[in-house]
Design a protein around this ligand. Structure first.
Ligand SMILES: Cc1cc2nc3c(=O)[nH]c(=O)nc-3n(C[C@H](O)[C@H](O)[C@H](O)COP(=O)(O)O)c2cc1C
Length: 426
């Protein structure tokens, strides 16, 4: 498949406006200005684009929820928090194709009637934030931001807001709170952000990759986009692959690609040619899959059918010999550390799970610990304020689904029963 999102990232000065314009950039915006905003929303619906931030919600439908009342200020928020362990795809767009993201934001703002856009970027992406600041300055000097952009009558300002290292701030309502200067904790819904978002005004929140898909849809048409990959999961997709593969990295592919193809064709196979033991297909929140699932296409539907999810498409590949108790412990420790504390099941349940997993891994597990973990999962799942606690449960349930015997062995033999000491890198 031709590269669409990563088309020009290898060019010298890929992030400069002159390079972007030379390579055909900002044509999607020019096309958008010839249309009415509601036509653009329809085009987005027709393209079938689904959000790349995790939930896979229709982007056109999301934009259509914004009230048309011209007296209301509206906002676009680009979610560049990218804190899901195993996920690093948005970073490439931010660092190497900042104008593609800005162009997507400009079109989105024009379509929903927003005069202000924010990019909420994780604090650790300091380099990315600087690249974006420079790109905004260049776009403004070139007349693509500011007042009456290219004589269209449309005016727009885009601001960068840097996070301070909290995973929860990627959750869209916690992001809204954080940008308002409040503690980063999720809000009760309804009202949904389309009605009461940032500053309690109508807002759209979209992921970086979602917005980066927008310019090509305007330029080449929704039918072209809808024709790429599976019918229900169309368009180009970025997969961030890490773990025990020979060539980790970010790969742009249609979503019909299978895990097998991703690992063995694109990533050069497994380090030391070992067998695949497990794969996390969509960031740490996504339940892991095992060797028998490698024929699964990497799209929203197929992964859901296998009991997992595409999530953020952060693919973590683990070889034979990886300890699943330690892996589950490391993942769970992350969620428990990042729990914002707002709701009891997540605040109290995730550290309890971590404590049990730690003692099993340390050879101090007790008979009944696996059952206790399972009952904690039941106690947490579906009872949390947001999806963070559920993510912790889903990750653990995935490990227990395929590797429960490993947990029992650790308890019975009072030590780690797997040769290597777990997945590194989380
Ligand atoms: C705990 C948690 C963390 C999240 N982190 C991110 C993130 O870093 N980036 C992101 O785009 N979406 C993240 N999401 C999903 C957002 O809430 C939201 O669905 C997404 O930004 C919407 O954009 P999209 O429709 O373009 O996918 C997170 C969700 C949860 C529950």
């Amino acid at each position: 498949m031709e590269r669409i999102l990563l088309k020009n990232i290898d060019a010298a000065d890929a992030g400069k406006v002159a390079t972007y314009l030379r390579n055909g950039g900002y044509k999607g915006l020019d096309a958008a200005f010839k249309m009415r905003p509601e036509e653009i929303v329809q085009i987005m619906k027709d393209s079938g684009l689904r959000g790349r931030g995790g939930a896979g919600f229709s982007t056109g439908l999301k934009w259509s929820f914004i009230p048309s009342d011209p007296s209301l200020p509206k906002y676009l928020l680009c979610n560049a928090d990218e804190s899901e362990p195993g996920t690093f795809k948005d970073r490439l767009i931010i660092e190497k194709a900042p104008h593609l993201l800005l162009e997507g934001m400009m079109i989105a703002c024009y379509a929903i009637g927003a005069a202000t856009g924010y990019i909420y970027i994780r604090g650790e992406y300091e380099y990315g934030a600087r690249i974006l600041e420079d790109a905004i300055a260049e776009a403004s000097s070139a007349g693509y931001l500011g007042r009456n952009i290219r004589g269209s009558g449309f005016s727009l300002r885009i601001y960068i807001h840097r996070g301070a290292g909290a995973y929860i701030c990627g959750e869209e309502t916690a992001l809204l709170e954080s940008i308002q200067g409040l503690r980063g904790q999720p809000r009760l819904r309804p009202p949904f952000p389309a009605i009461a978002g940032v500053y309690y005004k109508p807002s759209v929140i979209n992921n970086v990759e979602t917005l980066a898909c927008v310019p090509s849809i305007l330029e080449r048409g929704p039918r072209w986009f809808a024709g790429i990959g599976p019918r229900k999961s169309p368009g180009p997709k970025l997969y961030a692959v890490s773990g025990h593969v020979k060539k980790p990295g970010v790969y742009e592919l249609p979503m019909e690609v299978t895990l097998n193809e991703l690992i063995f064709e694109h990533c050069g196979g497994m380090r030391g040619d070992k067998a695949v033991k497990a794969v996390i297909p969509g960031g740490a929140s996504a339940p892991m899959l095992a060797g028998e699932d490698l024929d699964s296409p990497m799209d929203f539907e197929s992964l859901a059918q296998r009991g997992s999810m595409l999530g953020s498409a952060g693919v973590v590949v683990m070889e034979e010999g990886t300890c699943m108790v330690k892996t589950a412990y490391i993942i769970n420790r992350f969620f428990s550390h990042e729990s914002c504390g707002k709701c009891t099941p997540c605040r109290d349940g995730t550290p309890w799970m971590t404590q049990i997993l730690k003692r099993i891994e340390d050879g101090k597990g007790r008979p009944g610990d696996v059952e206790l973990l399972e009952s904690l999962c039941t106690g947490i799942f579906g009872r949390c304020f947001c999806a963070l606690g559920e993510a912790a449960v889903m990750a653990l349930r995935g490990a227990l689904k395929y590797f429960k015997e490993e947990f029992y062995d650790h308890i019975a033999q009072k030590k780690c029963t797997v040769s290597t000491d777990g997945l590194h890198g989380f």
